[in-house]
Design a protein around this ligand. Sequence first.
Ligand SMILES: [Zn+2]
Length: 176
Amino acid sequence: MSSFVTGQIIEARCSRCKDVTGHVIMACLDGMPIKVECRACGSVHKYTAPGAAPRRKAETTVRVKAGHGRAEAVEATVKAEKAITRLMCEKPAAEPRLSRAQKDSIRKAEENEQRWNQAVNSIAAAPVPYSISGSFAEGTLVEHPVFGVGAVLELLPPDKMDLLFREGVKRLRCVC
Ligand SMILES: [Zn+2]
């Protein structure tokens, strides 16, 4: 059995030229070339014997589970392959992927905050401290110990009102 040495020129299949070309052995393992440099295109790649078929997508062994048809097994294998390809090709997303519901709630929160900002900025008067027995007019600012400053949107007689806070609209008790 002939043994190869580093620096030796051999014929090998070049993955870039897609042809059998002269290659310089760059590295050997157990007398077999493992890394070669194509003399035609200069690319360095794994050694592929001249007789070997052009490298295609690696074949995947399809394992057929007991009680499962081959079609199912093939489908499962294809799914697994796709998942692996996705994992290898996908760059880590800069932001976590959000569901439509999450996106909606973020958008709503942003819209609400904008609305709240406008409301608070448009009212010149200083906020009135909130009290369950207080009486507030629509369009006044109320300061709540938990929710912060809110604008009275609507009075709901006899004893409730809707207030726009930074985190959303809240219905609170009052004396209308
Ligand atoms: Zn080449």
